[in-house]
Ligand binder design. Structure first.
Ligand code: HEM
Length: 410
């Protein structure tokens, strides 16, 4: 049976993707879709299929760069930036990273930084991250309202990743603008090519500066691995910096933003979590499941004909996995559309992916989430939305699920 092409560029997938995804899970859980960029890809929406697909080595990263939407997902075409420009010219400097390649390159690149992201190493950052959170909230003293995204959820993770890498903070507003354009992919329109160019220039300048004055940070360590040991190419080095910065930038902001939004739109839940902090670890997992930071995975390509959920995917076709959808699948989660802060479930949500590309930054994101919510719950017993929920807008693009702004009062 041939089914109609799903149009994922519609506002249905943008404003309320949960509805649109629920319909797909019901009517055709593995479907061909037209993405906002115009590219056609298969979309996998049920939990079981999604989990299996994420770990399937036949779904490769190798040539996904030629079709996808976002450089962060291994894209080298992105509407405004033609494929050749991305894979050969300037784009190679940001697209040769672990999330865009298969083993053995993936294994080699991931191993170079994995020691810096273990739970133990990340836990050691706790006091510093708590300080950053406190300082950000101190700046709001004397006010009774703020934009939680601009004033807190965004600057916290970016400051943390900049410190971890050893980057200066001055350029972070520029960086945010380029990063937003890059993850919005083709929907950023003509800004995309110039954002990519600015970002590459910025990363090259950073590397040159750190080569002149090395420190004991992650960036200097990576430069050492490149220059003294030749274990990665120059493009792989700049792409690694790009991936860590963008991943550290664009996701945790939505864990905090979407989590606060979920609590504030469920009467009583803010108070409940304030009163029972032991719920915090399971609450963080529930925020990730209920309305996670990413609507879809990055792209894969079927490197041979294969079957997902009874549907044949021809060799060479692109596939994306609907993470937000899998996490609301009622076959896997009891009362999947309800926010339950004490939900404990194994295997759990797929917000961090699954398989070899499972999020390297998961321990860091969880720690930042715990610290951010603790700081907010401690300071603002009466936190509430400053505008009706219908007035909030969600960021465009296929990849991210996040609010443009979150005006709150206390
Ligand atoms: C990969 C989600 C925070 C670094 C991924 C993937 C997901 C994800 C779903 C896999 C994508 C795919 O398979 O297509 C998230 C979420 C975060 C978060 C929801 C916040 C709540 C971070 C942070 C970092 C980070 C803070 C730190 C730098 C990475 C890296 C990869 C990755 C390097 C690629 C891993 C690989 O290819 O082996 N993330 N991420 N992430 N994430 Fe995260």
């Amino acid at each position: 049976m041939t089914q109609e092409l799903v149009d994922m560029s519609t506002s249905a997938f943008h404003g309320d993707p949960h509805e649109a995804y629920a319909e797909l899970r019901r009517t055709g859980p593995v479907r061909r879709a037209k993405l906002p960029s115009g590219v056609h890809a298969w979309v996998v929406t049920r939990y079981e299929d999604a989990r299996r697909a994420l770990a399937d080595p036949r779904l490769s990263k190798r040539s996904s760069s030629m079709v996808s939407d976002q450089p962060v997902g291994g894209s080298r075409t992105a509407g405004a930036a033609p494929a050749s420009a991305m894979s050969e010219g300037i784009g190679a400097a940001i697209s040769q990273h672990m999330l865009a390649v298969d083993p053995p390159d993936h294994t080699r690149l991931r191993r170079l930084v994995s020691a810096a992201f273990t739970t133990r190493r990340i836990e050691a950052l706790r006091p510093r991250i708590e300080r950053i959170a406190t300082d950000l909230l101190d700046r709001l003293d004397g006010q009774d309202r703020a934009d939680l995204i601009d004033d807190f959820a965004f600057p916290l993770p970016i400051q943390v990743i900049c410190e971890l890498l050893g980057l200066p903070m001055e350029d972070r507003d520029d960086f945010r603008e380029w990063s937003n354009a890059v993850v919005a992919g083709s929907e950023a329109g003509p800004n995309l090519a110039s954002a990519i160019e600015s970002m590459v220039k910025y990363i090259h300048a950073l590397l040159a500066e750190r080569r002149r004055t090395p420190g004991d940070d992650l960036l200097s360590g990576l430069i050492q691995v490149r220059d003294a040991e030749d274990r990665l190419t120059e493009d792989e080095l700049s792409s690694m910096v790009f991936l860590l910065l963008v991943a550290g930038h664009e996701t945790t902001v939505n864990l905090i933003g979407n989590g606060v939004y979920s609590l504030l739109t469920h009467p009583g839940e803010w108070d409940r979590l304030r009163a029972d902090r032991e719920l915090l670890p399971s609450a963080i997992e529930e925020f990730l499941r209920y309305d996670g930071p990413l609507k879809t995975s990055t792209f894969r390509i079927a490197n041979e004909e294969l079957e997902i959920g009874g549907v044949t995917i021809p060799a060479g076709d692109p596939v994306i996995i609907g993470l937000l959808s899998a996490n609301r699948d009622a076959e896997q989660f009891l009362a999947a559309d309800e926010l339950r802060l004490d939900r404990v479930q194994s295997p759990g949500h797929l917000a961090f992916g699954h398989g070899i590309h499972y999020c390297l930054g998961a321990p860091l994101a969880r720690l930042e989430g715990q610290i951010a919510f603790t700081a907010l719950l401690d300071r603002y017993p009466g936190l509430r939305l400053a505008v009706p929920p219908e007035e909030l807008s969600w960021r465009p693009g296929l990849l991210l699920r996040g609010l443009e702004g979150l005006p709150v009062r206390w």
